[in-house]
Design a binder for this molecule. Sequence first.
Ligand SMILES: Cc1cc2nc3c(=O)[nH]c(=O)nc-3n(C[C@H](O)[C@H](O)[C@H](O)COP(=O)(O)O)c2cc1C
Length: 454
Amino acid sequence: MTRTDSADVPRPDAQLHFGVFFQGVNHWTIWSDPSSGSQIDPASFLRVARTAERGLFDAFFLGDGLRLRESEGGVHELDVAGRPDSITQLSALAAATERIGLVSTSNTTFNEPGDLARRLAGLDLLSGGRAGWNVVTTHNAWTGENFRRGGFLDHADRYRRAEEFLSVARAVWDGWAEGAVAGSADARSWSVPDAVARVRSKGAHFDVDLVPTLPRSAQGHPVIFQAGDSGEGRDFAARQADVVFSAHGTEFDDALAFAEDIRRRLRAAGRAEDALRILPGTEIIIGATEKEAEEKERWVRLEQVTPAVALGIASRLWGFDLSDRDADGPLPAEDPVVAAYEGKFGTRQLGETLDTVAEWRAKAEANGWSLRETVIELGPQRGHVGTPAGLAERFARFVRHGAVDGFNISPYLVPDGLDDIVDLLVPELQERGVYRSAYTGTTLREHLGLAPVG
Ligand SMILES: Cc1cc2nc3c(=O)[nH]c(=O)nc-3n(C[C@H](O)[C@H](O)[C@H](O)COP(=O)(O)O)c2cc1C
């Protein structure tokens, strides 16, 4: 075992936590390869979850998208699509797995707390305390159209609603006292009298009067994840979350700056710095040699950024339709129309600023890149590329210096995309003492090393 116990390493005993992000709707999962399988066949996500469990991952993670992405008046056909309701999908997995955590992204803007808390409590109970809830505020108005609400609430109000939502959810999960079920044939009643508390809550967003329907799970409450990168989002995470799913996990300095910012916000919220785990999303590309890894990355990027995808990404950056341009030609000569693009897309892929376009132009010119090459080199998808040993060294540094607590890994191929990671990378991490060699608990909270719910 090679461990670095030097005084320069702030967390020599730190352990990495892995989740797998089964993306559903996206254009980064390669569908054009013969080995790629269905996104919606249970055999696919079961295979991914079981591989992750074999690799001792903490969690299997699903995003939330209540509407397909759209562009130019139709469904965005370049996306892989198909996303069963996450709690339904995770319930199927609960029956087919034993240890791995099951995390549902569910938004607080278009759900109601009494209902969502009850469904999450059901998943948590039936899985033996393995549920997690990634709380998002879903920032787009087009999702709101599903609910005849359109652009519902401004940004700050969404986080206020999320805060109130979570406090109602926690009251629901606390509704049944420990020992609320009498559990004896001699008892006068099945449940202990007065052991189930009514939840009454009236605030700016909710007016709730309900009787919780379920006892606490083996882990007390579902583990709270948060994904949202604004100042309000980070403060919300610091006050409320157990885990942050961030987009800051590729460059060490960026990851460390994010982690330090979250720790500062935790201190300001009166919480301990180790009360929260930071798991950035990432993609991992492995080769037997550095050269092989780079070649594989090249193949992955060309499959992901097809000419049509490159033009789609450029259209969103420039703010108008570029689908009739030549992706293998130069960058558009026109200036971007900043902030004018109102497409029905999820998280904006790029900054959409004049500065970004200026940087793209300068780098494309200096390197002789086509538009597609430029999108591949400078576009949004980033991850870690290397040999199993090289990646293990890099990740050990990330976690021992407090830049991350682990990664939420998106496989670029489904369902086999985790195999290399589990078979080649995990053993290298174990050898370096930064990854578990067996599950030591049964609940998601225990896997993450979080304190029990009070
Ligand atoms: C890493 C990451 C993953 C996210 N995943 C989802 C998702 O699956 N569904 C969704 O509706 N929003 C998702 N979001 C966006 C959230 O809805 C977020 O609340 C939104 O970006 C607005 O908050 P913000 O301004 O704080 O980022 C994600 C955001 C991040 C940073």
